[in-house]
Design a protein around this ligand. Structure first.
Ligand code: ZN
Length: 180
């Protein structure tokens, strides 16, 4: 099955905007989530946030492969974080690049599920990292903002090189790649 969405990549302004709260959990949202999960599985990735497919709403889909299938978290908020955990982090919107990034090891999260129920839970290690990464997308933040100076120089160099080697259609690219 072919993916219903094209995943937006670095340089697309939609990845740099803060997404709006979801106000209605309706059939349309359920269908969007199902399509986004299909896109995520095809990529493949562990998580996909709405802005990555051009939708400016605060929700994301994920599947950590724990056997409980695709999940959805709507209007997520991290209320607490503690500890430090390093993980080699990548992003479907920054294809081909990944970096060792330290973020809080555990987070406490609140939000809403696709049935409209309030959820409130602790996440640790990979699950915690996924939530922090996807929530960044909802705030218009890419993992490039989480790099140290040396990693950032390396990322800029690789992204610049890629543009020279294989220019993508100009419609998906800004004049530069959005790295500050
Ligand atoms: Zn990402």
């Amino acid at each position: 099955m072919s993916s219903p969405y094209r995943i937006r990549v670095v340089g697309d302004p939609v990845l740099r905007q803060r997404a709006d709260e979801v106000t209605d959990i309706d059939e349309r949202l359920v269908r969007l989530c199902s399509d986004m999960l299909a896109t995520m599985y095809e990529a493949p990735g562990l998580g996909l946030a709405a802005p990555q497919v051009g939708i400016q709403k605060r929700f994301f889909v994920y599947d950590l492969g724990a056997g409980d299938g695709g999940q959805v978290l709507i209007n997520p908020v991290i209320t607490e974080g503690d500890g430090e955990w390093e993980y080699h982090e990548g992003c479907l919107s920054v294809p081909g690049l990944s970096f060792d990034i330290v973020r809080p090891k555990r987070v406490h999260v609140t939000g809403t599920d696709l049935d409209g129920n309030e959820v409130d839970f602790e996440a640790d290690e990979l699950f915690s990292r996924l939530i922090q990464h996807e929530l960044d997308h909802l705030d218009g933040v890419l993992l490039l903002e989480r790099l140290d100076d040396e990693q950032r120089r390396d990322a800029k160099r690789q992204l610049r090189q890629r543009v020279m080697d294989a220019p993508e259609p100009t419609s998906t690219r800004g004049p530069f790649l959005g790295l500050r």
